[in-house]
Design a binder for this molecule. Sequence first.
Ligand SMILES: NC(=O)c1ccc[n+]([C@@H]2O[C@H](COP(=O)([O-])OP(=O)(O)OC[C@H]3O[C@@H](n4cnc5c(N)ncnc54)[C@H](O)[C@@H]3O)[C@@H](O)[C@H]2O)c1
Length: 440
Amino acid sequence: MSETRSIAPADGKLGVLTVGLGAVATTLIAGVELAKRGQGLPIGSMTQMGTIRLGKRTENRTPLIKDFVPLARLDDIVWGAWDVFPDDAYVSATRAGVLEQGKHIEAISDVLRDIRPMKAAFERKYARNLTGDNYYEGASKREMLNSIRADINRFRDEKKVDRLVMIWCASTEIFIEPGPQHENIASFEKAIDANDDSIAPSMLYAYAAILEGVPFANGSPNLAVDLPCLRDLAIEKKVAISGKDFKTGQTLIKTVIAPMIKVRQLGLAGWYSTNILGNRDGEVLDAPENFKTKEESKLGVLEDILQPAQNPDLYGDIFHKVQINYYPPRGDNKEGWDNIDIFGWMGYPMEIKVNFLCRDSILAAPLALDLVLYSDLAQRAGLGGIQEWLSFYYKSPQVAPGLYPEHDLFAQLTKLQNTLRWMMGEDQITHLGREYYDGE
Ligand SMILES: NC(=O)c1ccc[n+]([C@@H]2O[C@H](COP(=O)([O-])OP(=O)(O)OC[C@H]3O[C@@H](n4cnc5c(N)ncnc54)[C@H](O)[C@@H]3O)[C@@H](O)[C@H]2O)c1
C-alpha cells in the first residue's frame, strides 16, 4: 500500500451547472432524479454501477467504486443551467423526445419544472441554426463573462451549495483554431475587450468557471477550456478541467476496434463512418462550419491509435471518412454505420461492418454524470489542471502539451482505475502477475 492522498470529504450539497439544457442535460437530470427515487437504474455510469479490483486476484477485493472513493451522493446534487431557449427542463426534456413521457418525465415533473435556464452567453454566429432568444443580445464579451460569473455566485448563494461543477452540454460551435489570442491571459483578456471573434462563448464559460474555482468538463468538441491560457490558469488556481467531446457512439466503437486491429498487426486500407441523426444537435451540425469542429474531433482518433509513421506498411495509406447527416425522423436515435476495410497475411483483404442503432443521449447522460462526480472528486483531492485520467470519457482527450492523446478505451480505463487506486493509497495493478508463479 502506498500513501493515501488527502481528499476533502464530499459533505454538503454539490451544485451542477450545465451549459445547455437540451437532450443530454435533461436526460442526465431526469435520470439522476429517477435513480434517486428508485424509479430507474443509472446504467452506463461507472461511478454508480462499476466495481474496481484491488490488490492481488487472490484477495477477492472488488468493491463498488462509489464505496471505494468518496464521491458526492446523488441525493446531494442541486441542478442549475443556462440555455439559449427559455424552456424549463420539463418542456425541454419533452421536446428532446429521448425519454418516455409518462414513465420518465411526468414522474418527476415537479423537479424538472423547477429548473429554468439562466440567460445564455451566446452569439448566433457561433451556432447559426439555433433560434432561441434567452440570451443577452448585443452584449459584449466582457459583459457575457461578467454575467456568467454573477450567475455562478448567485446560484451558489441562493441554493446554498458547498461546491460546484460546470459541464458543457451545449451545442457544438463553429470551428476555431487556437491562435495568439489564446496564448496567455493578457492576450486573452485583450481579445475579450476587443470582442475578437476568436473568443467563443464556450471559452467565456470555461474562463468564468476557473476564475470562480469551479471544475469544468467539456462534452462538446469546442475548444472551450482547451487553450494554453486556460490550461495554465487552471493549474495556477488548482481547478480541475477536462475535455473534449463525450465518447458515446461511433467513436466508442472505433476506439475498441482500432486497437484490436493494431495489436494483431492487421492492416487498414479505409474506414468509412456515417451517421443519421435527427435531434437538435444534428440540426446544429448540419451547418458545415459547426460540423468541421466535430469532424476534427472524430478524425484524430485513428491516426493517434494506429501511429502510421511507425508502421507505414499497415497504416501508411488509410482512407478515413466521417459523415453526419441530419435526418429528422430518427430524432435522438442515431444510426451509425462503419465499413472497415482491413487486410491480413500476405495482404488479403477483409471487411468489418458495424451498424450501431444507438440512442445518443442515453449513452451520453451516464458519461456526463461520471464526469461531474469525478471532476468534483479531483477538485477535493487537490488535482488542478488537465485531468487526463478522464480521457476514458472523451473523443478528443485533452492532454499536456507535447503528448499525443491515448485513445484506446482499455488503456484509458487502466489509467482511470490506477488513478483511483493511487488516490486511495492502493497498489497499482500492473498485470505482471509473476507472484502467482514464482511462489513469492
Ligand atoms: N448526445 C451525444 O451522444 C453526444 C455525444 C458527444 C457529444 N455531444 C455534444 O453534447 C452537446 C449537447 O448535445 P445535445 O444532444 O444535448 O444537444 P441539444 O441541441 O439538444 O442541446 C444543446 C443546448 O445547448 C444550448 N446552447 C447552445 N449554445 C449555448 C450557449 N452558448 N449557452 C447556453 N446554452 C447554449 C442550445 O440552445 C441547446 O438547447 C453537443 O455539443 C453535442 O455535440 C453529444
